[in-house]
Every structure is written in C-alpha cells, then in structure tokens.
Design a binder for this molecule. Structure first.
Ligand SMILES: [Zn+2]
Length: 88
C-alpha cells in the first residue's frame, strides 16, 4: 500500500455490486434525512407533487424539496441535493 492510499483508488465500476444492491431495494421504506431541517422519515412519507414528467418530494416537516425525479426523452434523472442521506 502506498503512503497516500492511491493504490486503493478504483473507478466507479468497482462499486457496481454495492450500488446495485442499494438501488433495487424498496425505496419507499428507506429512511431519508432532509438537508434543510434534519428531519428523518420514510421516503414514502414525503409529500408528493406529481407532474407528467416526474415528481417533487417535499419534507413533511419543513416543506423543503428533498427529492426530484424526472423521466425525460434523454433519460431518468434523480436529484437528491435536498437530502443528507438515504438509509436502506
Ligand atoms: Zn425538512
């Protein structure tokens, strides 16, 4: 092992197994924490504002946007900048 740990750095493909386990889990039961107020609750408990292209999920505690999801002709988009973490 090098002193700076650079021999432990791999590209994202090396995390494929772990990421695949996470992203096939039942998402509505996962616990999500709001970046704005710190409230933690199930994804399924967030307030949904649906639109034809996707969804905006807001915190039930402070009404901040926690998750945005959209399905466009260019792909599926997931913006979770309003969340501190997601725990399965
Ligand atoms: Zn909040």
């Amino acid at each position: 092992m090098t002193e700076d740990g650079s021999d432990l750095v791999l590209d994202g493909n090396a995390a494929a197994g772990l990421l695949q386990e996470i992203f096939v889990a039942e998402i509505t039961n996962a616990q999500i924490q709001c970046e704005s107020c710190g409230f933690t609750g199930a994804v399924g408990s967030l307030r949904l504002y649906a639109a034809p292209m996707g969804a905006v999920l807001r915190c039930t505690h402070c009404n901040s946007i926690v998750v945005r999801a959209a399905h466009t002709p260019h792909g599926r988009w997931l913006d979770m900048t309003g969340a501190r973490h997601l725990r399965f």
